[in-house]
Design a protein around this ligand. Sequence first.
Ligand code: XLS
Ligand code: NI
Ligand code: NI
Length: 434
Amino acid sequence: MAHFPCDKIQYEGPTSKNPLAFKHYNPEEQIDGKSMKEHLRFAAPYWHVMRNVLADPFGGGTAQMPWDDGSDSVENALARVDVFFEFLEKMGIDYYCWHDRDIAPELNDLSASNNALDQVVSKLKQKQEETGVKLLWGTACLFAHARYSQGAATSPDANVYAYAGAQVKKALEATKELDGLGYTFWGGREGYSTLLNTNMKRELDHLAAFLHMAVAHADKIGFDGPFYIEPKPREPSTHQYDSDSAACLNFLREYGLMDRFTLNIETNHATLAGHTMEHELTVAANAGKLGSIDANRGDTLIGWDTDQFPTDLYLTTQVMLVVLEMGGFTTGGLNFDAKRRRESHEPIDLIHAHVGGMDTFARGLKIAQAIREDGRLADFVQQRYSSFDSGIGAKVESGACTFEDLEAHALAKGEPSLASGRQEMLENLINEFI
Ligand code: XLS
Ligand code: NI
Ligand code: NI
């Protein structure tokens, strides 16, 4: 039985008026030697697609899920898998992501929960084999249950810490079983509400020890994919330790975790941190640590993580400029960590939402590629720094320069005459392509 009242979404080109067709995302179209599909590596999150009832802080769920009986049974969890794969097939999405507790219920005790997870994982494995869909990353939900209200790997309670470790161990094994390409840590409760009751240093030491144990276990079971840290400054915690790309990189360096960890950057988290998405991506990419992307957007009028579908061409262009510049994804991809608005409660709205997100990224990709081929933007930036290509600037970059050299140069050259940054000209240039 079909749960989404539509056929597989097809590419119909920019003149199509069919809302259930791609106007720009043409999976096999070649862009600079790679298909759009390979460039974009779209993934769907199990939690938003299958489990988000569309509640908000002021009201309950509105989403129609006629396939879901609302129970915590394993049968219900197994039934959702078929619906999810119908969705992926109709969208032509090749990757997905999950939290352990999205795919299988948390039951009365850990071994019962583990057993439920095993049953769902074996069904997911079979569906992956049938369809060729791949797991982009798995993760453990260490934020929903009341035991994690004061943190998981940063809990003040060692028993909670142990429970979290057991949960990650199992989620990692499930990720390995499904040939997952990566494993994500998003520390929703890994932070604090007040420093009055918090020993930040001990919590961070514990978090680092936890991540080292994850690496050791991955090595033991032969999981060789990267671990991603997903920065977010707050919500649900008041202060989250993984606040932005720079803070995460510093943490990973400080605790000797740089080898196996890379970053998963989410748009709405960047803006909550007071940064643009391109800032966060650039900080990560400069460190060689832009692993994957949670592709959504926020709302300028609402101050929380609204997880909206990306519909802004400026945003997707900027994202794809950074992705193309770093040579594309390796293990990562574009995971739509996005949900429908509460008003869009019908199953077909899930399809509309993803059609829009995929088309917006396809256009971003084409625009970014055109900007790169044109070359004027890159030329401008290169020219802007050209005084570092020779003479005193080159000496600075070589590391051989001293303050005496700089002083001698400044005395000889006199007052510098500075060139314009030409921001407005460059903004106009970008608009030529959009
Ligand atoms: C929440 C996060 C979460 C992670 C996975 O804000 O974005 O969905 O991606 O735990
Ligand atoms: Ni996310
Ligand atoms: Ni988020």
